[in-house]
Write a protein that binds this ligand. Structure first.
Ligand SMILES: Nc1ncnc2c1ncn2[C@@H]1O[C@H](COP(=O)(O)OP(=O)(O)OP(=O)(O)O)[C@@H](O)[C@H]1O
Length: 265
């Protein structure tokens, strides 16, 4: 993990604002994620959740406010620079390299941890061969940990949907991040797959990883989160442990009458 020890929260978002034309997607949003916790980010469709993820990971720039990771501002950094600081993410719509194998997809995530360059690769230097062996064995270990080792040589696009989601997580973990940002990891999964995912996310937290997760599926988000932050129309309307969020009148009324009914089991 690349983050330096410091006193404050691992991720700190202060008064962040972002508009798209006339739409105010985020309006003075502040929140924090402490090291070693799972924070769930919920809210009705269009609340601004994905926009916030895109600001944290450098895809968009905020119009105002501050985003600090391990005490340092990441505003204005490029996505790959933010990733190198120790933030990894998965996407709402799976983004794998479909024509690479499962193993190669994870190795792509390992790329920044290796030091050999193009010339090392062309001349197959001892350093390059050593690093390749290390990358293969680390990638295999991650496939094993995510329960998809049997697909090592399968093209990513040939994996069943739920296993593609697992592969995305394996690839995110390959960068050895301090913070993992998961965008609807339970989307499209079966009940059994969701239960497995919840256990796995808690195990990652227990091993010291910090996790920020957008999730529409309430059983999942309430089951895994240490804290839940609720966005509605670009503002934080509630924040607290899952039990208090489920009983919060502002949260219930934000969801009432919406299509994405939140409280299904
Ligand atoms: N690139 C963009 N261009 C224009 N408007 C955008 C863009 N991205 C987001 N928005 C708008 O910003 C608002 C917040 O969208 P966002 O996707 O962040 O919400 P969300 O909470 O992630 O929703 P969902 O749960 O449906 O994914 C919406 O009104 C959306 O239409």
């Amino acid at each position: 993990m690349t983050e330096q020890p410091h006193g404050g929260p691992l991720l700190e978002i202060v008064d962040v604002r972002r508009r798209f034309g006339g739409v105010v997607a985020l309006d003075q949003v502040s929140m924090r994620v402490e090291k070693g916790e799972i924070v769930g980010l919920i809210g009705p469709n269009g609340a601004g959740k994905t926009t916030l993820f895109n600001l944290i990971t450098g895809i968009y720039r905020p119009d105002g406010g501050e985003i600090r990771f391990a005490g340092r501002s990441v505003v204005g950094l490029r996505p790959h620079q933010i990733a190198a600081l120790g933030i990894a993410r998965t996407f709402q719509t799976i983004r794998l390299f479909p024509h690479l194998t499962a193993l190669e997809n994870v190795m792509a995530g390992l790329h920044h941890s290796t030091r050999s360059g193009v010339l090392d690769a062309i001349f197959s230097t001892p350093r390059h061969r050593r690093e390749q062996r290390w990358a293969v064995s680390r990638a295999r270990q991650l496939l094993e940990e995510l329960g998809i080792a049997r697909y090592e040589h399968e093209l990513a696009s040939h994996l069943p949907y739920g296993d593609q989601r697992r592969l995305e997580i394996a690839r995110a973990l390959a960068t050895d991040p301090a913070l993992v940002i998961l965008d609807e990891p339970a989307g499209g999964l079966s009940d059994a797959e969701r239960t497995w995912l919840m256990q796995r996310i808690r195990q990652l937290r227990d091993r010291g990883l910090t996790i920020l997760v957008i999730e529409h599926h309430m059983r999942v988000v309430m089951g895994i989160s240490d804290r839940v932050v609720v966005l509605d129309q670009g503002r934080v309307i509630a924040e607290g442990p899952p039990q208090s969020i489920q009983a919060d009148p502002a949260v219930i009324s934000a969801y009432l009458g919406r299509e994405d009914e939140p409280w299904e089991p």
